[in-house]
Design a protein. Structure first.
Length: 65
């Protein structure tokens, strides 16, 4: 497990209003874990998703976005 602060990237849908997420792509490449957080609460908690769970989240967002 890495202890470095992740570098967060905005969702490509961030211009669609305030209900957006950020993820840590470099962390995902390095560890295989996909970190996701609420863009409005940068110091709040984050989710730690598997690759399959992250893909499911993206598919859900595309279908219901």
């Amino acid at each position: 497990m890495t202890t470095e602060t992740p570098c967060w990237a905005k969702s490509s849908y961030s211009s669609n209003g305030g209900n957006c997420i950020e993820w840590a792509p470099a962390h995902a490449v390095a560890t295989g874990d996909f970190l996701v957080r609420d863009r409005k609460v940068p110091n709040g908690p984050h989710l730690n998703l598997s690759g399959n769970a992250f893909a499911g989240l993206v598919a859900f967002a595309k279908a219901h976005g």
